[in-house]
Structures are given as C-alpha cells and as structure tokens.
Write a protein that binds this ligand. Structure first.
Ligand SMILES: CC(C)(COP(=O)(O)OP(=O)(O)OC[C@H]1O[C@@H](n2cnc3c(N)ncnc32)[C@H](O)[C@@H]1OP(=O)(O)O)[C@@H](O)C(=O)NCCC(=O)NCCS
Length: 267
C-alpha cells in the first residue's frame, strides 16, 4: 500500500526507517516563468554559476529543476529551508549534505536525463538512483561490449528491437544506480558488476572474483516509467540501497509536476 509522506518533517524522516522515497519531476512540463524564477532563487551561488555554464536552455532548465528538486525534497524531511542546504563533494564527486547542528542523518542521490529528474532520499544508508530514457543510446552492442558482463551481453544479444532496447536500459540504470550508491563512478569496473533481472522490479547482483563488496547487503529495484503524452516517452528507473543482509526497505516513487507549491512556500 502506498501511503502519503507525512507533512511533518520529523514524521517524514521517521518513515525513512523502513522506506526509501524517490521523487520525480519532469522539467519540460514546468512552463510557468514564475515557478522557474523561484526554483532559481533556491540555488546556491555555485549552483547558479554551474547552471550558467550550460549554453543550451533546455540543459539549463534541467539543471535548475534538478537542484531545486533536491533542495525542496530534503526540506520535506528536516526543518531546513530549501535554500539553506549545503553540500560537499566526496572524493569522486558524490555530493553529500554537510551535517550541521540539528540536521538529521539524511542521504540522497540525484539523477537527470532529458525529460525526467529523480531524487532518492534515505535515512543513513548508501543509496543510488539512475533514470534513463529508453532508446537514447544508439550503438547498443558497442557500448554493451565495453560495460556489460559476458552473461549480460548474451542476454542482450538474444533479444531484438524494442525488447533489446528495454533490456539494455535496464542493465544500464542498475549499474549506474549501484556505482552511484558507492559514490565511485568510473573507478568501479562496470563489467565486473553483473545483474539478473527478476519479476516485479527486483534484480539480483553478483560480482566477478576479487571485486570488493558483498552483494547480499544490497537491495535493487527497477521500474518502468512511461508518460503517455505526445510524444510518448519511456524511462527506466533503478535504485540501489545498502540495506544490510536480510534487511529491506519499501521503495516509494512519487511523481511531482511541478514541484509542490507547499515545498516552495517553506523557502
Ligand atoms: C555521476 C556518474 C556516476 C553518473 O553520471 P550520469 O549518469 O551521467 O548522471 P546522473 O544524472 O545519473 O547523475 C548526476 C548526479 O549524480 C551526482 N553525482 C556526481 N558524482 C557522483 C558520484 N561519484 N556518485 C554518485 N553520485 C554522483 C550529482 O548529484 C550529479 O548531478 P549534478 O551533475 O547535476 O550535480 C558519472 O560520473 C559516471 O561515472 N557515469 C558513468 C557513465 C557510464 O558510462 N555508465 C555506463 C553504465 S552501463
């Protein structure tokens, strides 16, 4: 059963003891210049400078909505205004919240692709999220030969057409969600991380000999996200959570277009 996230930040944070929440926004659906202006006002000066570096207006909007989504989402779980969150990057660029006085043990991860932004939030545990549009990558076989394990490649090459594109995107987002949860990006050898897709959005992960991690500590989730407006767009969303052995969290995914008025008004 999907329940509402409590509007009280303390209660919302408490719900993360047994859940992980993914908030989605569709940047291209946000047309009101007033909203966009207000999202921009939530960003730090570093974020605004980063946004300015994109020459393409669509990418600038994607960046702005993504970073406003992170800030407004985190403020659902703590008594901190969206503009007041401060972040620092880990060794490989993964942003984390600077834990100042009174800030609860929240973790998050962001993913954006043309047309969709996702932000996952957890209580303490390592988390990664990835969204990708099905059909974005062209040379599937060439990319798969570089980053898929032999078993994954065989699975891919046994398929054709739309079925192959779907399977490619599934493996891709699972790999990304995991490497993002580890915070290490390209430092991890992608071919050594292998997935098997199960029913109902679950997936199993295994590692090549010598790979330094324990797959049974991880919970993986994969889902289709299709929007039926013109043109129809299909995405895949994957999450990776280090829940620990024999532990799990319910994954709750919510679409918010546009970002909530209520979250903005708390800024
Ligand atoms: C960050 C990285 C891990 C993923 O990047 P990506 O898929 O292009 O982008 P996403 O939209 O999913 O994620 C970007 C966000 O992740 C976060 N991020 C940055 N570095 C990160 C890291 N090391 N770990 C986790 N998250 C990171 C940031 O919030 C970033 O948003 P920002 O750039 O607006 O600040 C990238 O550096 C990388 O290594 N990509 C691998 C690409 C690849 O070939 N994958 C093949 C998979 S089959």
């Amino acid at each position: 059963m999907i329940t509402e996230t409590p509007s009280d930040p303390d209660e919302a944070f408490a719900s993360l003891a047994h859940e992980a929440h993914v908030w989605l926004a569709r940047p291209e659906q946000i047309l009101d210049p007033d909203y966009l202006e207000r999202y921009g006002a939530l960003l730090s000066s570093e974020e605004r400078a980063q946004e300015e570096r994109f020459i393409n207006a669509e990418l600038r909007q994607l960046y702005r909505v993504s970073h406003a989504l992170v800030r407004t989402t985190l403020s659902r779980y703590a008594r901190v205004s969206p503009a007041d969150w401060r972040f620092q990057e880990g060794e490989h660029g993964r942003p984390e919240i600077i834990k100042e006085h009174g800030i609860p043990a929240l973790r998050f991860n962001l993913s954006h692709t043309k047309g969709l932004v996702a932000c996952i939030v957890t209580q303490e545990i390592d988390c990664g999220v990835d969204v990708e549009r099905v059909g974005r990558v062209k040379n599937l076989e060439g990319v798969a030969r570089r980053v898929f394990s032999d078993v994954e490649l065989e699975d891919l090459l046994d398929r054709a057409g739309a079925d192959q594109e779907d399977r490619f995107t599934d493996f891709w987002v699972l790999k990304e969600a995991y490497i993002k949860a580890r915070g290490m990006g390209f430092q991890l050898p992608l071919r050594d991380i292998q997935f098997r897709i199960l029913e109902d959005g679950a997936a199993e992960m295994s590692f090549a000999p010598g790979f330094d991690d324990n797959p049974s500590e991880w919970q993986l989730h994969l889902q289709k996200q299709t929007y039926f407006d013109e043109p129809m767009t299909a995405f895949r969303l994957a999450t990776a959570l280090r829940c620990g052995e024999n532990a799990s969290r319910a994954i709750i995914v919510r679409d918010i277009v546009p970002l909530s008025e209520e979250a903005l008004s708390s800024s």
